[in-house]
Structures are given as C-alpha cells and as structure tokens.
Design a protein around this ligand. Structure first.
Ligand SMILES: NC(=O)c1ccc[n+]([C@@H]2O[C@H](COP(=O)([O-])OP(=O)(O)OC[C@H]3O[C@@H](n4cnc5c(N)ncnc54)[C@H](OP(=O)(O)O)[C@@H]3O)[C@@H](O)[C@H]2O)c1
Length: 301
C-alpha cells in the first residue's frame, strides 16, 4: 500500500514517519513544507510540499498515485487563525480541495485530521454523531474541511482528536507536556487553565489509529483521544508529579482571566467506543504516556 502523508514535520506527521518508514507492505511518501526536519531519513521518500501551491500538490499526487493520504497538515495555532482568518481558510480549507481534486483520478482513501473544537464544549464527552457547533475561526475551518472531505467522491475517514502530546525531532512548536516540563525545570511561572477539560492524546496512539484506519480501509468519522478527561491544569500537575518537579510554578487561571483571542470549548473529551470496536484502538493512560515521553527524552539526550 502506498501511503502519502502531509505535514510530516509536525507532531503527528513525525510519529507516522517513524511508524511507517520501515513497515512491511507500506511504501511511504512523506511531504512537508520546507526541509525534512525528521531525523530518520531512510525507508521512505521525502517530498518538500507547501500545500498552498495547487500545482505542486497536483504534480506530487499525480507522480506518486497514493492508495491512501493521511492529511495531518494544518494551521494549528488557534489564536493565529482567529487573527488571520484568510490564512486559516487557505491552509485548513482550500488546501483540502486541492488535495481531494488531485486524488480523484486515483480514488485514494482520504484520511483527514480534525478536532474536538468542532464542538461547543457544553456537553462533553462527545460521540461521533453529536452535533458540532464551532466557536472559533479555527474550529469552523476544521468543520468546513470535514464537510469537503465527506462530500467528496473519495473513500474517506475523519479522525477528530484532542490536545496531542509527545516528543518530536527538532520541533519548532511545543505541546502541553513538554511546555510544562521545560517551564518547571527552568523554574518559570506558567498560567494553566482550570476550567477547560480535555482528553490528552499520546501522539503515538493517534498515529496508530491513523495507520489502522488506512490498513482496515475504515470509513466515516472516528473520535480518537486519550481515555481520561481532565482539567488542563491536572495535565500540568501530572507532568510535575511524574518528573518530580515543583508545582509552585503552576498558577491556576480561568478561561475568562486568560483572555485568549479565540474562544475555546469548556468541556470536550470523546467517547471512544467506535474506534475501539472498528480500529482496535487501545489508548495509553496519561501516566503510561508520560513514561513513554520520559523514555524517549532519555534516549535523545
Ligand atoms: N495539536 C493538537 O493538540 C491538535 C488537537 C486537535 C486536532 N489537531 C489536528 O491534528 C492534526 C495534526 O496536528 P499536529 O499536532 O501534528 O500539528 P503540528 O505539530 O502543528 O503540525 C502541523 C504541520 O502542518 C504543517 N503545515 C501547515 N500548513 C502547511 C502547508 N501550507 N503546507 C504544508 N504543511 C503545512 C506545518 O508545517 P511547519 O512545521 O512548516 O509549520 C506543521 O508541520 C492537525 O490537522 C490538527 O488540526 C491537533
């Protein structure tokens, strides 16, 4: 099976590269904007691809004719999307049209990544059939892109996920676990939200769900996250406990106090039954995930 992934420099994209590069029966084409920032360079083909270049998208898809696309790339900074809606529309919505049009001749299985933010956070945890009600430009862009995928003539799956954490090579971005750990180690004060609840997702678990979706040719919407739903501040406390760091630097703040540009849903979390049944999804607990993160950090140092 020929699998092409977008956003291979991102958190999920990198995990997919490591999981798929040397896998029997899979030919991997990893694509990312700019240079390849994944340390592992063998076992797959890398193509530099800015997805906003429609002709380049068409050229690369036509030359590789993938059986499956895992579209992880997106403008993921929620506040940046709120402040620049045109860039958000281009990177999160228009680009999906380019990819789908390019894939039509090859009937590629289109696996699209989306978010818990499509929900308003009034009634989490959510199942796949619950009604979305996006509250921000980013959230609306992801829901619009879901609709484009669903209305396409391709076989498709939409995997919605929640706060992804994990270790990456040469990351230009952080995530809740690394940010908390690094800040506390440097004795830096951090403000962490008390009244937003999430199901933190280990990047490796999400990558495996994407791979199972591809191998099983699963179609439809799937909710993929960690199995525990907790206030974001409890994720920070769990990191402090696990790495034996001083919690005094963690300062509780409410959503109202933080005044972020984009509105966030208060309580999300997912019901995972469909993914467990169809994809054999077995997420790690947060504690198990932190152990995996710690082992990987030890290996890299
Ligand atoms: N991270 C989360 O907590 C979270 C939560 C819910 C849903 N999701 C969804 O899950 C997916 C994967 O997230 P992630 O955490 O892996 O995101 P990430 O680490 O921010 O990676 C996203 C990647 O997309 C790339 N990208 C953006 N615009 C591009 C373009 N025009 N052409 C090519 N590449 C482009 C970025 O490239 P550069 O590195 O060059 O900037 C980046 O490497 C996304 O679709 C996101 O919306 C994420």
């Amino acid at each position: 099976m020929k699998i092409l992934i977008t956003g291979s420099n991102g958190l999920l994209g990198q995990k997919l590269v490591y999981a798929l590069a040397d896998r029997d029966g899979v030919e991997l084409i990893a694509t990312a904007r700019g240079e390849n920032r994944v340390y592992k360079k063998d076992g797959y083909i890398f193509e530099s691809l800015d997805l906003t270049d429609k002709d380049a998208v068409s050229k690369i898809i036509s030359s590789h004719k993938p059986d499956c696309i895992i579209h992880t790339a997106a403008m993921t900074n929620v506040d940046a999307c709120e402040l620049d809606p045109a860039a958000c529309e281009l990177n999160n919505v228009e680009v999906v049209r380019y990819l789908i049009n390019a894939c039509l001749p090859f009937k590629s299985h289109f696996i699209h990544l989306s978010t818990d933010f499509v929900f308003d956070g009034e009634a989490g945890p959510y199942k796949e059939t619950d009604a979305p009600n996006p509250q921000s430009i980013y959230a609306k862009s992801k829901l619009d892109s879901e609709k484009i995928v669903e209305d396409s003539a391709l076989p498709w799956a939409v995997l919605r996920t929640i706060i992804i954490y994990g270790v990456v090579d040469d990351s230009q971005r952080s995530n809740v676990v690394l940010w908390t750990k690094n800040s506390l180690e440097q004795k830096k004060d951090i403000n962490v939200i008390t009244d937003q609840l999430r199901g933190p997702t280990l990047a490796e678990d999400l990558a495996e769900a994407c791979i199972q979706t591809a191998l099983r040719k699963a179609q439809g919407i799937y909710h993929i996250s960690g199995k525990e739903v907790m206030p974001i501040i409890d994720i920070a406390y769990a990191v402090a406990d696990f790495f034996n760091l001083d919690k005094a630097y963690i300062h509780p703040v409410s959503t109202a106090e933080l005044k972020q540009p984009a509105k966030r849903p208060l309580k999300t979390g997912f019901i995972l039954d469909k993914a467990v049944k169809d994809l054999g999804y077995k997420p790690h607990s947060l504690k198990e995930g932190l152990k995996i993160v710690a082992d990987q950090l030890a290996g890299k140092s």
